[in-house]
Design a binder for this molecule. Structure first.
Ligand code: BG6
Length: 292
């Protein structure tokens, strides 16, 4: 069995439902957004908010938002028309470029290019494609192509929301000894070095730098370990909004922070990417699970 069904969700949004002998997955054309990845015999590895909006021009809360061509708040001096955080591409519909199946692996390639609307906000010509391969693991490859005549710089992320059984019993391994920037507002010590595994007892919003290794989410309550492998990335963001920030977000349930965690595969800050005319850059991740 290996099928890709092009259909609509309950909100009338276009989705690809992928099913093969290894896993099931759901990919929205809106934002080029993977919303679900369930290896056979496993609960979903990705988390979706019950409060998510599913509307044109709004981001989906959960799954894997693609943040591009900027991560975080826009640089208003350089881009006076930019209003949204995490770029503009999670807000628009992508095209289906390719669908292929082989054994128990399925690949879809989505793409989006500059439009008069994107040019008014980010004045460059581009083609962005996302290859999604669904097998025992979920593999994503995001490729930026500069189709214009001037160089540009991007910051980008696969802003992955993972489903965890209980955040209080969840840790993340792999970052021991890695420097990080604590970006929680009002923090007293923004520059620190990770010691041991990451645990969660308060709002956590960190940029780990100079890190290109694998991370493992120890999802103890679900008796599983989720592995995150990265390609061409030396920055990762680890985020849990905790109590106050959850309550302040309209598309996020007050208690939902207990069951989610973002570990984001990034090219941000010094790890940004310059792309010459005709040039390309790619960012990749492979996500897999082991049960105990
Ligand atoms: C994370 C940031 O990557 O994204 C957080 O580090 C931010 O600071 C979070 O709150 C969610 O952003 P948004 O724009 O989807 O609400």
């Amino acid at each position: 069995m290996n099928s890709v069904k092009f259909t609509e969700d309950a909100h009338g949004m276009r989705v690809l439902k992928i099913s093969n002998n290894s896993a099931d997955a759901l990919v929205y054309l809106h934002g080029g957004h993977v919303a679900s990845f369930k290896p056979k015999g496993s609960a979903d590895l990705l988390w979706m908010s019950k409060m998510s909006m599913f509307e044109n021009g709004k981001p989906i809360r959960g799954g894997i938002p693609i943040c591009w061509p900027w991560f975080g708040a826009p640089d208003k001096a350089a881009l006076p028309n930019a209003r949204t955080s995490h770029g503009l591409i999670r807000l628009v519909d992508w095209d289906i470029e390719e669908v292929s199946a082989c054994g128990s692996s399925t690949q879809v390639v989505l793409s989006v290019s500059d439009s008069p609307e994107t040019i008014t906000i980010w004045p460059f010509k581009f083609k962005l494609s996302l290859s999604v391969t669904v097998s025992d693991a979920l593999s994503l490859l995001l490729t930026t192509e500069n189709t214009g005549s001037v160089p540009f710089t991007v910051t980008q992320a696969m802003h992955t929301y993972f489903d965890v059984g209980d955040i209080a019993r969840t840790t993340v391994s792999g970052f021991d000894g890695v420097p990080f920037i604590d970006t929680v507002p009002g923090t007293k010590k923004p520059h620190q070095i990770q010691s041991g595994d990451i645990a969660f007892t308060e709002e956590t919003d960190r940029i780990y730098t100079g890190f290109s290794g694998d991370a493992v989410i120890n999802d103890t309550a679900n008796r599983r370990k989720i592995k995150i492998h990265k390609e061409n990335s030396s920055t990762s963001v680890v985020w849990n909004p905790w109590i106050n920030k959850s309550a302040a977000m309209p598309d996020f349930g007050d208690d939902e922070y207990k069951g989610m965690l973002c570990v984001e595969t990034c090219n941000i800050q010094e790890d940004c990417r310059n792309v010459a005319p005709g040039g390309k850059t790619s960012l990749g991740t492979i996500i897999s699970v082991e049960h105990e």
